[in-house]
Design a protein around this ligand. Structure first.
Ligand SMILES: Nc1ncnc2c1ncn2[C@@H]1O[C@H](COP(=O)(O)OP(=O)(O)OP(=O)(O)O)[C@@H](O)[C@H]1O
Ligand SMILES: O=P(O)(O)OC[C@H]1O[C@H](OP(=O)(O)OP(=O)(O)O)[C@H](O)[C@@H]1O
Ligand SMILES: [Mg+2]
Length: 295
């Protein structure tokens, strides 16, 4: 590690790690092969990845051990609520993956159905500060039981009346006979940085990385659509294309009544979109991913 190389803290393994590595790879970072379990060096940029537990990332960035970090908003805000030093960290950008919600939930057949029902009861969570702050804001006095994981078993074990935990599909709640009744936080992965930078070189690497991350994120949903359309249905076809302002319209050899349409669609293209395109006369519809984008 030198003063001119950017150190980016990323989760070693888990939900954040997968998306983070994919983002870094798609941003053109080539990682050198190495045995080091803690650091991965980039071959083609002055960048090193530090592979750590996600809970440690806010602290590592605040202390300067990492210049930047990728972490879930849930972990970041909990750490910020606990430590004024971490509260000074800046969020550079949202990264659009590891989306989940921190929710209050209780046994389906129990007495707790709303936030007010928690008064005088116990709530198990790995996010005590966020949970406490939320309950304080609602003027509800409940006891918080801190657990480091497997929070959803707490009601069944008689440890708590309700839980405050991460929910994505809801399958874990369902499997444990729980139902959510309130959202405390919406979360996704974010890029964070310390307020002060160590060097101009590190900042210029960060700027390049941020621009590339933006390009990767923009290209994730964006698709390139190619289709043939009857000339007289062109406006109908354009109306169906999601988030495309200026498609290219080109002639089709030997067909006066048909044109080829090429469009960059910035919104998700569903099967239903293709069905609508077909219904307005489009044929030979191709949807292709976009590898890279720069405005
Ligand atoms: N079900 C989910 N769907 C989407 N994102 C999630 C889900 N659960 C957690 N996350 C997000 O991913 C982050 C990491 O989750 P993971 O389960 O990998 O963490 P962990 O077990 O705390 O890992 P570590 O060993 O690094 O401490 C969470 O803090 C949250 O931001
Ligand atoms: O709503 P769902 O889609 O079921 O996801 C929610 C579950 O995902 C997370 O756990 P994870 O699977 O990461 O395991 P962990 O608790 O061991 O970290 C979270 O802590 C929930 O338990
Ligand atoms: Mg963790």
């Amino acid at each position: 590690m030198t003063g001119s190389r950017l150190t980016l803290g990323v989760q070693k393994k888990g939900r954040l790690a997968e998306g983070g590595m994919e983002l870094v790879r798609r941003a053109g970072v080539k990682l050198a092969w190495g045995r080091d379990e803690l650091m991965r060096r980039a071959e083609n940029l002055p960048l090193d990845l530090m592979l750590i537990r996600d809970d440690d990332i806010p602290n590592f960035v605040a202390s300067g051990a990492c210049d930047y970090g990728i972490v879930g908003e849930n972990v970041l805000y909990e750490a910020q609520a606990r430590s004024p030093r971490i509260a000074g960290l800046e969020t550079v950008m949202k990264l659009g993956y590891a989306r989940c919600r921190l929710k209050l939930a209780s046994p389906k057949d129990g007495e707790v159905r709303a936030v007010d029902d928690l008064a005088g009861r116990t709530v198990a969570t790995s996010y005590p500060s966020l949970t406490e702050r939320f309950l304080n804001e609602r003027g509800v006095d409940a006891e918080i039981v801190e657990m480091s994981g497997s929070v959803e078993i707490a009601p069944r074990m008689g440890i708590a009346d309700a839980i405050c935990d991460l929910v994505s599909s809801g399958a874990t709640l369902e499997a444990n006979g729980l139902a959510a009744f309130e959202t405390v936080l919406e979360s996704e992965a974010v890029l964070i940085r310390a307020p002060r930078s160590k060097s101009a070189e590190i900042e210029s690497t960060a700027e390049l990385l941020v621009e590339r991350f933006k390009g990767v994120i923009a290209s994730r949903q964006t698709k390139y659509i190619l289709l043939n359309a009857p000339k007289d249905r062109l406006e109908d076809v354009r109306a169906v294309l999601p988030g495309s302002d200026a498609p290219t319209v080109a002639p089709v050899v030997g067909r006066d009544d048909v044109v080829a349409v090429h469009a960059v669609c910035t919104e998700e293209v569903f099967w239903s979109t293709l069905e609508k395109l077909k219904a307005v006369g489009a044929r030979s519809i191709l949807v292709m991913p976009i590898e890279k984008m720069m405005a």
